[in-house]
Design a protein around this ligand. Sequence first.
Ligand SMILES: [Ca+2]
Ligand SMILES: [Ca+2]
Length: 420
Amino acid sequence: MRTLAAALVFLVPQVWAQNTPSNGLVGYWKLNGDAADSSGAQNPGNLIYRYAPYPAFQAGRLGLAFNSGGGAYVQVPDAPSLSALTSVTVEAWVYLNNYPATPPWGVSGGAPIVHKWGPAGASDDEFRLIVWHTKKLCGTVSGSRGYFNLESTIDFPLRTWTHVALTLDTARGVATLFIDGQANASLATNVIGDRDTYMPVEIGYVWHDSGGPISFDGVIDEVRIWNQALSQADIQVNMNRELPPLGPAKLWIGLKNSDDQGTQFDLRVELYKNLTTLLSAGEALCVTGVTRNPSLAKQVEVAFGQVAEDSLNSGDQLSLRILTRVGTNVDGTKCSGPGGSHNSAVGLRLYYDAMSRPSRFGAETPPDPLSGFFLHSSSTDFFDTAAPTASTPKYKDSSAVSFVDGNPWKAIGTWSMTVP
Ligand SMILES: [Ca+2]
Ligand SMILES: [Ca+2]
């Protein structure tokens, strides 16, 4: 049994076969008041107070964030999905109050952001992001070919929210430090991140090998660990938002009858478990510019609402239902189109199985034009993660929609898959 979030957030087939999502996100701590893992890889952390408990969560960069300045830290137990990542990305938003002091024992002081450290010293840390007392950000990865310390070329900004990311692309042999989405320093290296220790991931804290415990003096938010090297574009697209729990539906629509041109439409998507439990729904209202020819089909994005907590078992049916009606403002009045809006329309057409019009839905982390659950039809309507290959337009029409009849939603169709 899997939680819905674990199954749906990362929607590739492997999700149901193993715990590591194949989009590469292996740990995702939003730190919105707890240490829950939203990656789907099931790596929840524990909040540990070194001294007396205090309010460790406060307003952050995205929702709440974790204030480690009082001595608390987040500890995530070791797991196969967090070790020996080969290529890796470690990301976080950080707000540093002060540079770390050089401790009296004469070793380098540091403000630890994220560590998965080794039992023997820095040279066997699996990976880490830390701000040194020299004011530089440092990223480290180690493995069977040694380790690197890659330092920023600039002093780390104080008292301002700053996004940091370390990537190691083993295939290309490049490590890069990003600050606020811009590559700041890079290094050609043959290091591979294949170390596999039993140590936990720690956020905001490290036990310094020669100096004892060190806390990060500041606030940390939105920590993500990937088992792949994200591109700068991927980092920029995703750094300013929480990764969505379920990507939008992207639906290609057209008119059933060209006489309805100018009419505005509403679209609604509903996701069901076993056709009875509504897991999530979303609507796009007053969609304009809908025309008839397949080559003029219009893509409309419909965001899902929050996905209800539920569980999926092998054999459960997961279904996407798509509905339409005459375009309606939020106050219930009819939308007016620039070409004149009808009170009734012959119907709306959904394209779903042509190369250039692949209606689909699902997570996009990072956004990928060919990721998601694609709608298909054979003898039954279904969806899966394979992009359609048909070169001719495939579509399904709603029955007539009418505002004057009370403007009910009319189903275009229901697409399903069976959870393996
Ligand atoms: Ca947060
Ligand atoms: Ca391990």
